[in-house]
Each structure stands twice: as structure tokens, then as C-alpha cells.
Ligand binder design. Structure first.
Ligand code: HEC
Length: 130
């Protein structure tokens, strides 16, 4: 008798947990949040290649920025962030300013960074949003 009750309890538990899984919104399953690893990779790429012009916080105040005309824009600006898709940002990074109709002072990184590193640095730029 006790065994049967236990069995029923287990079945009910399995049923309940499968319902919860089915109720999860599809979008959350489709786009997993960035892992800590990807963010860390993006930060490393940014600090190695971008910080000299774009600055610590992406404000465009790196040690090199004073010699650039135009200055790098503020990457943390919410209006800028909203106006650009991840694909836009990746494209500008891959092809450089000249490749996307901006200043050629923004170098192209497509020969230095592979897609995984470019996607990671895009994620990192997203984390700079104020
Ligand atoms: C030699 C200086 C320099 C370096 C190094 C540099 N950038 Fe830039 N970047 C610029 C300048 C200048 C602009 C401004 C272009 C503009 O707004 O017209 C810019 C613009 C951008 C933009 C904005 C493009 C847009 O759509 O307006 C992004 C994104 C960007 N850089 C990402 C990066 C990343 C990521 C790295 C490192 C892998 C990097 N940059 C390294 C100078 C630099």
C-alpha cells in the first residue's frame, strides 16, 4: 500500500514538473542568456583591442581618443544602443568604419578576430549600456 502511494506521488511530481516546463515562454528557450564565459571573453577582447580608443566604459575617452577626429561615439548611450542591432555592431567591428560608411579611424577587425570573438565583444558592448 505504501509503495503504491509513493508511486502515485512520483507520477504526480513528474506530471507537475513537465507542465511547468511546457509553460516556459518560447523566447526564453530560443535565446539563452549570455554565459559568464562569453561575457568574460568579450571583456578580454575589448580590453586588448578597443579600450585605447573607446575607453574603459565605452564613453569614447581612451588614451588615444584625443587624436581622433571624429572622436569615438559613446557606446554606452542608450539611444545609440537601441538604434543598433547586434548584427549592425558586429558588421561595423568586422569591416571597420570605412566598410560601413563611418570614419576609417575605426579599424576593421575581421582579420584579427573570428566570429566568436566578435559576437563576444558585441555582448560586452551591450553590457556597457547605461
Ligand atoms: C584606433 C582607434 C579605435 C580602435 C582601436 C577601435 N575603435 Fe571602434 N571606433 C573608433 C572611432 C573613431 C569610431 C567612430 C566612428 C563614428 O562614430 O563615425 C568607432 C566606432 C565604433 C563603433 C560604432 C559604429 C557605429 O555604428 O556607429 C563600434 C561598435 C566600435 N567602434 C567598436 C569597436 C570595437 C569592438 C573595437 C575593438 C575590437 C574598436 N571599436 C576599436 C575608433 C577605434
Amino acid at each position: 500500500m505504501r509503495r503504491r502511494i509513493l508511486l502515485i506521488a512520483v507520477i504526480l511530481l513528474l506530471f507537475a514538473s513537465s507542465c511547468r516546463r511546457a509553460n516556459r515562454p518560447a523566447s526564453a528557450a530560443a535565446v539563452p542568456p549570455p554565459t559568464q564565459y562569453e561575457l568574460q571573453l568579450g571583456k578580454q577582447v575589448y580590453q586588448s583591442y578597443c579600450i585605447g580608443c573607446h575607453g574603459d566604459s565605452g564613453a569614447g575617452d581612451g588614451f588615444n581618443a584625443f587624436s581622433l577626429d571624429p572622436h569615438p561615439r559613446d557606446l554606452g548611450d542608450p539611444v545609440f544602443q537601441k538604434g543598433k542591432s547586434n548584427a549592425d555592431l558586429a558588421d561595423a567591428i568586422r569591416r571597420g568604419g570605412a566598410g560601413v560608411g563611418l570614419t576609417s579611424l575605426m579599424p576593421p577587425w575581421g582579420h584579427t578576430l573570428d566570429d566568436r570573438h566578435i559576437d563576444a565583444v558585441v555582448l560586452y558592448i551591450r553590457s556597457l549600456r547605461r
